[in-house]
Design a binder for this molecule. Structure first.
Ligand code: KE4
Length: 428
């Protein structure tokens, strides 16, 4: 595959951008090789600067559930951009998208738009601390909620401990109020509430984890988190930046029928434009400035372009049968890949929920970060590279989610299964 222009562009980019990218995972460090510079996307396909075509399963890391350049989204954006890009003043578009989200997720009575999932999670934590008057926050190993200092924490020694910084530049004081537990480990969370209960402001969780690869919650896990937080006066924050409008129109909270106190959103609600949001109970959200004393602000928050893209996308997603169409495509892909793996007698566990999936090369069922890390990530890297040669663009990291969009055709699914068969044979 000719990658000449991408390599040239990468060399130049590395002079001006750290690692030649604006977000680390794009640099292909986890899978090796040189990143492809993408020129355009249409539907389920992306085209790189050397003219190579790929079936895209990254979909901008989740936002593009409709596929690239959906005609209705493009048309709506063109109309809005003609009237201006940003006013720094209220527009009816923000209220329109807010109403759609509140209607889709009844736990959200009020919402604040921001510009990224990082901002959403950071602000939700600040709000939870203000509302409860407490400082400590529980997060889970392998879950990612953006790069705010307090959330860049990893588990210290032992199973449940005070977080330690997971990045240079994060003072230990910032993670000293972050508690880290293993995902799906009810006993560990109960231990934390025994030890720190009255000091815990919130538990923040990806209700279906996607940042260690896709790892669904074990039966009863989310329900236990809900009861523990309710009983202790802590808030339950669902980080649905990925799962919101991805796994169902009502998000993961509608699948598991759990009402979080706060929800973080992003990605799909902006359909590829920069966006994030946090929302929840009115009595909590009214503490956000200017009605309350929890400060949070943003020049481009609720900007007309992101709102337009989000409104058009949710209009399409709210149509009947959309999610059953998405499920059909995704199930066909899972069934095809698992049949190929069984034939080749290769240890492959395809972890999937709805249109988000991760192939783990392991015999174990992946239930948390430790089991995810025991999968053969090196083999995943080779799988990634060989699939790329077959024209299939998967996430360039074992610890990410791949995504099916509405634009992925039955033919795309069959081509992907065939490419998997050829690749697994070559790997074996
Ligand atoms: P952003 O700040 O990247 O918009 O969102 C942070 C975030 C928050 N919560 C969850 C559950 C997330 O998955 C993310 C960001 N997701 C990653 C991919 N897993 C973004 C890709 C990247 O970092 O380049």
């Amino acid at each position: 595959m000719n990658q000449e222009r991408s390599r040239k562009l990468f060399r130049e980019a590395q002079r001006y951008l750290p690692g030649g990218v604006d977000s680390p995972v794009r640099a292909f460090k986890a899978v090796g090789g040189s990143p492809l510079f993408i020129k355009r996307g249409r539907g389920s396909k992306i085209y790189d600067e050397d003219g190579n075509e790929f079936i895209d399963y990254v979909c901008s890391w989740g936002p593009l559930i409709l596929g690239h350049s959906h005609p209705r989204v493009v048309e709506a954006l063109n109309k809005t951009v003609e009237m201006g890009t940003s006013f720094g003043a209220p527009t009816e578009l923000e209220t329109a998208l807010a109403k759609m989200i509140c209607a889709a997720m009844p736990s959200i009575e009020m919402i604040r738009f921001v510009n990224s999932g990082t901002e959403a999670a950071m602000s939700a934590i600040r709000l939870a601390r203000a509302f409860t008057g407490r400082d400590m926050v529980v997060k889970f190993a392998g879950c990612y909620h953006g790069h705010s200092d307090g959330l860049l924490a990893k588990a210290g020694s032992g199973i449940v401990t005070l977080g330690i910084p997971d990045s240079l530049g994060v003072p230990s004081s910032c993670t000293a109020t972050t508690l880290v537990a293993p995902y799906n480990d009810v006993e560990a969370v109960e231990q934390l509430f025994n030890d720190f209960g009255p000091k815990i402001a919130a538990v923040i969780i990806e209700p279906i984890a996607a940042n260690m690869g896709v790892v669904p919650p074990c039966p009863g896990f989310l329900e236990r988190l809900h009861s523990l937080t309710q009983d202790s006066g802590a808030l339950l924050i669902f980080d649905e930046v990925i799962t919101g409008f991805r796994v169902a129109y009502g998000g993961a909270q509608s699948i598991y029928e759990i009402t979080p106190d706060l929800t973080c959103l992003g990605k799909i609600i902006g359909s590829g434009l920069p966006v994030g949001a946090y929302g929840g109970r009115r009595d909590i959200m009214e503490m956000v400035a200017p009605t309350g004393s929890v400060y949070q602000a943003g020049t481009l928050s609720g900007n007309p372009l992101a709102m337009t893209a989000g409104i058009e996308t949710l209009r399409i997603l709210s149509q009947p049968e959309i999610y059953s169409q998405l499920e059909e495509k995704s199930f066909a892909l899972e069934r095809g890949i698992m049949a190929v793996a069984a034939d080749a007698k290769i240890a492959l566990h395809l972890s999937r929920l709805g249109t988000m999936f991760t192939p783990f090369f392991t015999n174990e069922t992946v239930i948390d970060y430790e089991t995810a890390k025991r999968a053969d990530a090196k083999l995943y890297g080779r799988f990634f590279q060989k699939m790329l040669e077959e024209g299939i663009y998967l996430p360039p990291s074992q610890f990410e989610a791949a995504f099916v969009s509405l634009a992925h055709s039955n033919e795309d699914i069959q081509v992907t299964v065939k490419a998997t068969e050829k690749t697994i044979k070559r790997l074996a």
